[in-house]
Design a protein around this ligand. Structure first.
Ligand code: NAP
Ligand code: F7E
Length: 327
């Protein structure tokens, strides 16, 4: 018997890699999408284009409990991967209300709908290293206290607590992955890694002269999304539900990322980068470094990509992208 998975946020970076991963495991994959995505598939479904004939997309809204109930009753999924969220930290300073609304209520509605109509469904919540924010410990593990520095981080702490509470109160199979930054050629263009690799390719092809960045001293523990979606599945396929940090255990600055990305096309990053104060955040997360020993031990999870391979993958893909698309 095949398994059915429902993915919210299927149109995003992780949603597309997770879809590929689950299809390889013979899952029937269902995705929740905003109605506009179906109207404007060319733009909004670009990450799923090669998969569209093999999956079922359902228009629904994370803001509507009723639409989620209908969807869950219709599909009766074995597993729900709740990835849908306003995921851009910087935007959460500009629109606090919609970030909280989508990220907290969306999570709460799904958990509540599952409790009422499909309590045996396993649930994955996309937690984030942004929950650690102004870090209380180095490196950060499942035991590290949270200190979020943005409304985005706050919304993820609330989602994490809701997920844990449904597990404890109603005995449901609910897990949070506390994932550190993960990137790929499918990363959104507003995130710093993709902003850099896209700019590197555009500069190389003579389409752009410089790259404007904010805080280049910020440090992150960067992995590859392809590796990280596997960890989501491993969590839901353990005997018991639990929460896990997923990270590489290595830390690099935004400057390190830019330096390597420019070097890969034989350019010196110092000649192209301009620092803009308005790209700094009102309260920055300066340094994140994960301790994923629990995931390595209990899930037998291990990333295949290191930092250099990740940057190479993204630069190569953006050189091809800019050459083909011309922008
Ligand atoms: P992403 O590329 O930004 O994708 C976000 C997804 O959420 C998109 O499919 C988007 O749909 C959907 N979404 C946003 N607002 C929505 C709304 N109001 N209603 C329905 N869907 C909505 O993010 P990602 O990098 O794949 O990350 C996946 C999840 O992991 C997110 O929850 C993110 O917060 C979390 N996370 C990411 C990282 C990371 O480094 N990538 C690390 C830790 C946690 P549209 O296409 O319609 O906008
Ligand atoms: O910023 C600095 C910025 O926007 C990384 C999301 O997936 O990972 C992501 O959140 C760092 C920050 O990612 C620019 O100040 C400098 O320190 O790429 P980012 P993020 O904020 O770490 C976490 C784990 C998530 O959960 C989120 O969903 O880079 N930075 N200059 C810049 N950042 C951006 N975006 N643009 C710049 O020009």
């Amino acid at each position: 018997m095949y398994k059915k998975a429902l993915i919210t946020g299927i149109t995003g970076q992780d949603g597309s890699y997770l879809t590929e991963f689950l299809l390889k495991k013979n899952y029937k994959v269902h995705g929740l999408v905003r109605r506009v995505a179906l109207e404007d598939g060319n733009h909004r479904l670009w990450r799923l284009r090669h998969l569209l004939t093999r999956i079922t997309l359902h228009p629904a809204s994370l803001e509507s409990y009723a639409s989620l109930v209908k969807l869950i009753q219709k599909i009766k999924p074995h597993e729900v991967y709740h990835l849908g969220a306003q995921s851009y930290v910087d935007y959460s300073f500009k629109d606090e209300f919609s970030t909280l609304n989508t990220n907290i209520n969306g999570t709460h509605y799904i958990l509540s709908a599952l409790k009422e109509f499909s309590p045996k469904t396993k649930f994955y919540f996309a937690g984030s290293s942004e929950m650690f924010g102004k870090v209380r410990q180095v490196p950060q593990s499942e035991k590290t206290p949270f200190y979020p520095r943005s409304v985005y981080g706050i919304s993820k702490v609330a989602g994490y607590d809701l997920t844990r509470n449904y597990r404890e109160a109603y005995n449901m199979f609910c897990c949070s992955g506390i994932l550190f930054n993960h990137e790929s050629p499918r990363r959104g263009f507003e995130f710093v890694t993709r902003k850099i690799t896209h700019a590197v390719a555009r500069i190389k092809f003579g389409l752009q002269n410089d790259l404007r960045l904010g805080n280049m001293d910020a440090k992150r523990d960067w992995g590859h999304a392809e590796d990280y979606v596997e960890a989501m599945w491993l969590m839901l396929n353990k005997k018991k539900p639990n929460d896990y940090v997923i990270s590489t255990g290595k830390q690099y600055s935004v400057r390190d990322f830019a330096k390597l990305a420019f070097e890969l096309v034989d350019l010196d990053y110092k000649k192209f980068i301009k620092i803009e104060k308005n790209l700094y955040r009102p309260s920055e997360v300066r340094s994140l470094l994960g301790d994923c020993r629990k995931a390595k031990k209990e899930l037998k999870w291990k990333p295949k990509y290191d930092f250099k391979k990740l940057v190479q993958d993204m630069v190569k893909a953006d050189l091809e992208f800019v050459e083909k698309e011309g922008y």
